[in-house]
Structure formats: structure tokens, C-alpha cells
Design a protein around this ligand. Structure first.
Ligand code: DGL
Length: 262
């Protein structure tokens, strides 16, 4: 069982921002990543569809013999992880917007969150926000066309950058000092956000925390791979976007990025 893979899934390429952190933290683990790019974006879909797609990805993860499943998608976590946990007998680690650390770090008592419609409208997000940011103003912005730009490898398109500039202007107007990235696709726009936003706004992305939590669960369940060898990595994508994946993550070997219908 220690050799069994950690399976990570996302609506597409966003979760590779989590995958990078897991590889750094858990180098001996065998890892399989499932990019459901053909169904991206999840963020605009109804909850029932997000649950259905999350179950489909989980079924495939279990066919691969997953010892743990990382739902590397805020939209799937906030809408579907409670169903997954009830339905399947395998440990799940999810990711949800880092509202709590943001509320603890803000000095202006004004934080921003950029996430998908599905995440911001979920009960889990609303509950977290009301619980941990009671005395803080939370400025919510639904990201438009950001997932699409990551998926199509067009982050450097000036029209996209202009649209992003308009989307984030409200964070400046509202004088926030901490911005939560509530979608795993968004760490890929951090270099652009740093140019568009003042340095006084701290950006929080939770990839590191998810990797740490994955390690904690593996240890607690005695599932951690203790081998000295470097583990294997396979990325399965159901869209022909291998070169885009490699452009986002030049360290990934093209031969490990495999097209598969699922
Ligand atoms: N990467 C996902 C997230 O963290 C989903 C984006 C999407 O497919 O809309 O929310």
C-alpha cells in the first residue's frame, strides 16, 4: 500500500500548482495527476454536475489504486468533497480558500478573494467566511476567463491582461491588504497580479498547506512511502494540451504527460 499512488485531480491544469508542492514535499511518492481539462471550467457549472464530475474522477483514481486522493480544486472541494467522503472509503484531502489565515493577517480588516462562481456560492465557503472573517470585510470577485487563459496557454495575451486589470481594480479601491487566491489555476497569474497590484497587497495561495496536509494524513494512516527512491509521476489529460502543461511546468517531462479519455 505504501507504493500505491497519491492521485490528484482538478478540472484541468490548475491543480498542477498543488502537484508541484506535493512533489517537493513528498519526493518518494508515486503520483498520478488527472487533468479533466475537457470539462473545464467547473466553476460555472451547477453543483450537481460538479459532484458528478468529481465522482467520475474519483472512480478513475480508484482504478489506479489510489491510497489517498487530493482534490486539487477549490470548486470541487467546496461543492463535492462531503459527498465524496460519504461515498468512498479512501482518504481525501481538499483545498478551500485560505480565508482564516487572511483574516488573521490583515491590518486594514479588508481582505479580497478571487475565486470561481461555484466556490464563492458554495455553503462551505460562506460558512468559512462567516466563521473566520466576522470582523473583516471580504471583497469577493468571481474570476472571469482566468481558468480559460491558463488552460489555453494564453496568459500573455494583452486583452487578457487588460481584462484582469479591470477585475482586480476593486481590490485597490477597497484598500484590501491580503488577497486570497481561491482557485488552483490562479497561482499561475501571480506574476501578472504582482504587476497590477500594489506591493502592500499580500497574495495567499495554499499549495504549500495542501502538501503539508497530504503528508500529515499519510503519516497518520501509516501510508507514507518511506523508500529512498524518487517516485514516479504520470499526468493524464483528456484534452490535447500536453505542450501547455509543459509550458506551465517546464520541469515536467513530456513523456510523462499522457492523453487519455475519461
Ligand atoms: N481549479 C479549480 C478551482 O480551484 C477550478 C476552476 C474551474 O474549473 O472553474 O476552483
Amino acid at each position: 500500500m505504501h507504493d500505491a499512488p497519491i492521485v490528484i485531480f482538478d478540472s484541468g491544469l490548475g491543480g498542477t500548482s498543488i502537484l508541484r508542492e506535493i512533489i517537493i514535499r513528498l519526493p518518494s511518492e508515486n503520483i498520478i495527476y488527472l487533468a479533466d481539462s475537457i470539462n473545464a471550467p467547473y466553476g460555472e457549472k451547477p453543483k450537481s454536475e460538479i459532484i458528478r464530475l468529481s465522482q467520475k474522477n474519483t472512480d478513475l483514481a480508484l482504478q489506479f489504486g489510489a491510497k489517498i486522493i487530493v482534490v486539487a480544486c477549490n470548486t470541487a472541494t467546496t461543492n463535492a468533497i462531503y459527498v465524496l467522503r460519504k461515498t468512498y472509503n479512501v482518504p481525501f484531502v481538499g483545498i478551500e480558500p485560505a480565508i482564516k489565515p487572511a483574516a488573521l493577517n490583515t491590518k486594514t480588516k479588508r481582505i479580497g478573494i478571487l475565486a470561481t462562481k461555484g466556490t464563492l456560492s458554495s455553503e462551505l465557503f460562506q460558512h468559512t467566511s462567516q466563521t473566520f472573517a466576522k470582523d473583516t470585510k471580504v471583497v469577493e470577485v468571481i474570476g472571469k476567463n482566468i481558468v480559460e487563459a491558463v488552460e489555453s496557454g494564453t496568459l500573455d495575451n494583452p486583452i487578457f491582461i487588460e481584462s484582469l486589470k479591470k477585475q482586480v481594480q476593486i481590490f485597490i479601491d477597497e484598500n484590501i491588504d491580503v488577497l486570497v487566491l481561491g482557485c488552483t489555476h490562479y497561482p499561475y497569474i501571480i506574476p501578472i497580479l504582482k504587476q497590477l497590484l500594489p506591493e502592500t497587497i499580500k497574495i495567499i495561495d495554499s499549495g504549500y498547506a495542501v502538501a503539508k496536509q497530504t503528508e500529515n494524513v499519510l503519516k497518520a494512516k501509516n501510508l507514507k512511502n518511506t523508500s529512498e527512491k524518487i517516485g514516479s509521476l504520470k499526468i493524464f489529460t483528456n484534452k490535447l494540451n500536453q505542450s501547455i502543461i509543459q509550458k506551465l511546468n517546464p520541469n515536467f517531462d513530456l513523456e510523462n504527460i499522457i492523453f487519455k479519455e475519461f
